[in-house]
Design a protein around this ligand. Sequence first.
Ligand SMILES: [Zn+2]
Length: 373
Amino acid sequence: MSARAVAGCQHCGKESPLISQALGLCLVCVRRDFNQVLPLIEKAHRQARNLFNLPFQPPRSEVGLQCHICVNECRVPQGSRGYCGLRTNQESKFKGATARKGNVSWYYDSLPTNCVADWVCPGGTGAGYPQFAYSQGAEYGYRNLAVFYQACSFDCLFCQNWHYRYSATQESKVDVLELAKAVDARTACICYFGGDPSPQLPHAIRTSRLALDKTKGRILRICWETNGSMHPALLRQAAELSFNSGGCIKFDLKAWSEELHIALCGISNKRTLENFKRLADYARKRSVPPFLVASTLLVPGYIDREEVSRIAAFIASLSPDIPYALLAFHPQFMMGDLPVTSRRHAEECLAEAKRQGLKRVRLGNIHLLGSDY
Ligand SMILES: [Zn+2]
């Protein structure tokens, strides 16, 4: 145990190293007394977002400009910014990221990468060879184009990539043509992540189409790592691109309980769960290489066996073949005071996910696992 002061729950007074000081609430109180503790939850997110000049809730102005790209359905008043920070209402027009110009950075990652799906995907295992993979095993010699969208539709207090927040409100200037050009002869797959690709999905979809056009006759898989908060019509376009190219959609299912999801991520998970369900038909049609992959970060003190159990049961009800990765948490961002996920916590959750009927479950980031709480 570190020497830091143990944080307390501001609602029930309990003290524990598994309570985040920034949230200031224990799991029991979030679940049991959600309406009473909501002001404390809002305070935590307001503090996290003030640091980056981001609006603390999706704007809902009666006379605002409407954005439909993600679950937040922002109605942005004159001179203000949408929740993700990408677009401002200037004289009743959105200025900022568009389907043509994105707020994005990219790099190449040699295959096999440490992607959430590497244990089941063509790049990591050769699954789907020869239609969708270059090799019968891992695709050595090839690489992934990793495309990082620098804004997000959620506000996870445990964000594992939080630095993008410094860029979310900056100018969006990467043209889809420029990004598609980054696909070279050794690129076997593109993975859009972030932040999250959701708030800039039109840009990613356009880039994908351009890249697929110029690589006709060879393999180029289109993949996504997302919180699943996009508009269903955009999801369908992204899904078609992945389904036809042998790529996969990786949904991060952060919590089952909507209350807990709001506490940790600032936004409801309803759209995410509905969208995941929408993809189940594709997943049943193509299990090799898997079309749909789920993951959950095991946040100590909050994402417990009960959460994992409900998520796993939900996935299994759609198809027991959908791969599910449980990921070890590393203390980051506003939750830098929590410990790493313990081996016991991880193994309990793994056993529970299997008990719910899932056939392909695994622990990711096991090098991070720590001692018991
Ligand atoms: Zn409490």
